[in-house]
Structures are given as C-alpha cells and as structure tokens.
Write a protein that binds this ligand. Structure first.
Ligand SMILES: [Cu+2]
Length: 174
C-alpha cells in the first residue's frame, strides 16, 4: 500500500496540464452555468429534456468527508427522464485527493475496497481525476450515459475509502 503510494505519487505530480485535461477556476464557473438541472427541496436536482448536462464537483472536505456537489447541493439525488442522453462534466476541485465518478446499480453501503462486481465494473467510470501540480488548474472528465432503463442507480467515488465514507449519491431514472 505504502509502496504503491510511493510509486504513484511521482506520476501524479508529473501529470501537468499537458497530460491531463484541466480547467481553471473561471472556466469551471462558466461550465457550471451550462448545468441544465433545477434544484428541488435542497436535496435533489431534476433534469428535464432529452440531453441533460450535469456539472459535478468533487470536494473535500465535504460533510465532514469528501462529497460530490451539483448545483451547490452535496450528494444530491439526480433525477432524469428515461431515454435521456446525459453528459456529465466531472471536476476535481478538492486539490487534496484524487476522485473518480462511477455509476452503478449497487446500493450503499459500500465497502472500503469495493468487491461488488457492479461497483468494480460500473456502467460509467471516469477513472481517478488527479490533483494537478499546476496551481489554479483542476483535472476534469467528460462522460456520457444513456439512461435507457427506468430505475434506481448510484454515483460513487471509487477512490479507496471515499464511497464507504459517504461520497455517493442516488440517481432516479423515471
Ligand atoms: Cu473521492
């Protein structure tokens, strides 16, 4: 574990803006305005239409552990219409830890190191978004997901420990 950390650390430090897609804070603020959701009741964001755009921030500390944020709501339930062709922009604004964004049918609780196949082989996975050595630059990923089947899904961070400490939220496809 510690050897792995030593092996990974120099690589992630070398991952500058040349190697990793990144955004500046003003670019993130512009990107957040493209989110097509409407906040409801302080704990959910509802997306109408066939082509929703979701801007997800990964923050640390959250409450008090790392969390996602959408429309300034921590780990909101995201609601989509069945058949929606969704675009997620995921930005690691934490500057403390790498984070990922994955979509699974597996409900919480999540293990410290997830073994559930639905979690380890998720429907969508950005991989870990690194902390960048460049000050003022934040790694991000753009991923698509076709919400074809109504039901309950979950978005989780697959970086070790994070999901088990609450870095996840629910997705409802209606
Ligand atoms: Cu995380």
């Amino acid at each position: 574990m510690s050897l792995l950390a030593i092996l990974i650390a120099p690589l992630s430090m070398a991952a500058t803006t040349d190697a990793t897609p990144s955004l500046t804070w003003p670019q993130i603020q512009s990107l957040m305005k493209t989110d097509t959701g409407s906040p409801h009741d302080g704990d959910r964001v509802v997306y109408e239409g066939a082509h929703p755009v979701v801007v997800v921030e990964q923050v640390l500390p959250g409450f008090p552990y790392p969390t996602f944020e959408v429309d300034n709501i921590k780990n909101p339930t995201l609601v989509f219409k069945s058949g929606a062709d969704i675009t997620f922009y995921v930005v690691n604004t934490s500057q403390v830890a790498p984070h990922s964004f994955a979509i699974t049918t597996a409900a919480p609780p999540y293990a410290v190191v997830p073994a559930d196949h639905r979690v380890t082989h998720p429907l969508v996975d950005t991989g870990n978004l690194p902390i960048l050595a460049d000050p003022g630059h934040y790694s991000y990923a753009k991923v698509g997901w076709a919400a074809d089947k109504p039901g309950a899904y979950y978005y989780v961070c697959l970086f070790p420990v994070h999901a088990s400490f609450g870095m996840w939220g629910k997705i409802e496809v209606r």
